[in-house]
Write a protein that binds this ligand. Structure first.
Ligand code: PMP
Length: 457
């Protein structure tokens, strides 16, 4: 085994880390963590630390670390057949079985699954499918996609554009022209503090209607949204939001993509986030929770309405020209099957709902009265604590104070991993579904200790 010093040096010299301050990392000014193992809700690092991972990696290791059932399924598949492609009608038992298992768990009126590797490429696929759909229907002008500010949909060219966070656009010449952004359903950060939740929903709808009117409904193909905003701050929508938005989309014949990369397969205590909010999507993006990140695999679940048009399209124009070498990779598919079975066998969707509610309730009890805790919110196994300078006037800290990152850092020192969300002083939690109540207590008590000890001045 390499010595820690050697590994640290090679890391600084050779490894281009995603979403990292590159210069500070290369100069050794920011800490690195070299992760060596994991079990249940915990990870271990090279320095001998054992940490409670209350963000499940990047909200993806949903069944927890170190599951032999999934590791064995991957090994068995690799020995039997590590790879064959899925072009021109090829498949494997694993990819076919997993398609069926996914559709069995999807909302009604869904027809087929297209497999990719990660959430970003699945959303790139979705945009292409949306354009393909409207081209087949003879509506070549109907191409623009609406997403929300603070939405997260990936970091490719198109998906980085759909992502409504400045950091992902800055210095990349994004967003691309076909992407439009509308108001985030973020009641706590509404401009008009006098608005009720109901009035705020009306405001979001009015903003959407305005945008559609300005651009012309015949130029807008689709709307994409996460059932609950994730990376943008873990923000559940206000009551009635999805019903009101869907009404507008239907009226203007605009497709709806539910990006369930985070919410798919149980995180909200329901199999899909769409079930939780009565969303009736035309396309669903899945990734992370599909394999609990034991292998890279994503999918686009295509609804009946689009599928019928695709069949008509290929009859007219020939095979669809879209494919990845690793679409439906058998090792990913084997991991997906084992993962979905484990979720069923251990009742993990139910546990995510129950322990998630407990975590949220305990966080409220511990921190609601703190003068700098402005908002605690969540749903299922997702929870966020938002810090403010002044609670009554709801004024925020200057980002240069880095309150969120400081709190997440101090929590890490106490061996609990939460995430400083990228925009605003928001501490996020999205633990594995196997979290116990005792572990939830530990997350809450250590968070409260850190927040109570924090110098907010
Ligand atoms: N959609 C959502 C809702 C996500 O949270 C993410 C990743 N955080 C993505 C898409 C992109 O997935 P990936 O990082 O696997 O490309």
């Amino acid at each position: 085994m390499l010595k820690n010093d050697q590994l640290d040096q090679w890391d600084r010299e050779n490894f281009f880390h995603p979403s990292t301050h590159l210069a500070q990392h290369a100069r050794g000014e920011s800490p690195n963590r070299i992760v060596t193992g994991g079990s249940g809700a915990h990870i271990e690092d090279r320095d001998g630390n054992k940490l409670l991972d209350a963000f499940a990696g990047l909200y993806c290791v949903n069944v927890g670390y170190g599951r032999p059932e999934i590791a064995d399924a991957i090994a068995a598949q690799a020995k039997e057949l590590a790879y064959y492609h899925a072009y021109v009608g090829h498949g494997t038992e694993a990819s076919i079985t997993l398609s069926k298992m996914i559709l069995d768990r999807a909302p009604k009126n869904m027809s087929k699954v297209y497999f990719g590797l990660g959430g970003s490429d699945a959303n790139e696929t979705n945009v292409k499918l949306i354009w393909y759909y409207n081209n087949i229907l003879g509506r070549p002008e109907k191409k623009k996609i609406i997403s929300r500010w603070r939405g997260y949909h990936g970091s490719g060219l198109m998906t980085g554009s759909l992502t409504g966070l400045e950091l992902f656009h800055k210095k990349f010449d994004l967003p691309l022209a076909q992407v439009l952004h509308t108001e985030a359903p973020y009641y706590y950060r509404r401009d008009n503090l006098d608005q009720t939740e109901e009035q705020f929903v009306e405001h979001c709808v009015a903003k959407l209607e305005e945008l559609i009117e300005r651009e012309g409904a015949d130029t807008i193909a689709a709307f994409i949204g996460e059932p609950i905003l994730g990376t943008g701050g873990i923000v559940p929508p206000p009551e009635g939001y999805w019903a009101a938005i869907q009404k507008v989309l239907k009226k203007h014949d605009i497709l709806l993509v539910a990006d369930e990369v985070v919410t798919g397969f149980g995180r909200l205590g329901t199999m899909m986030g769409s079930d939780h909010y009565d969303i009736e999507p035309d396309l669903i993006t899945i990734a992370k929770g599909l394999t609990s990140a034991y292998a890279p695999l994503s999918g686009s679940i295509v609804g009946d309405k689009m599928w019928k048009v695709f069949e008509q399209g290929t009859d007219e124009y020939g095979p669809i020209g879209h494919g990845w070498t690793y679409s439906a990779h058998p090792i990913g598919a084997a991991a997906g099957i084992a993962n979905l079975k484990l979720i069923d066998d251990l009742n993990l969707v139910q546990n995510a709902g129950e322990v998630g509610s407990y975590l949220n309730a305990q966080m409220h009890a511990a921190l609601d009265d703190h003068p700098h805790v402005g908002n605690i919110r969540g749903e299922g196994m997702m929870c966020a604590v938002e810090f403010v300078k002044d609670k009554d006037s709801r004024t925020f800290f200057d980002p240069s104070q880095k309150i969120g990152p400081q709190i997440a850092g101090a929590l890490g020192q106490k061996k609990v991993i939460g995430r400083a969300m990228p925009q605003g002083d928001i501490l996020g939690f999205a633990p594995p579904f196997c979290l116990t109540k005792q572990e939830a207590d530990e997350v809450v008590s250590k968070t409260a200790d850190v927040v109570n000890a924090m110098d907010f001045s």
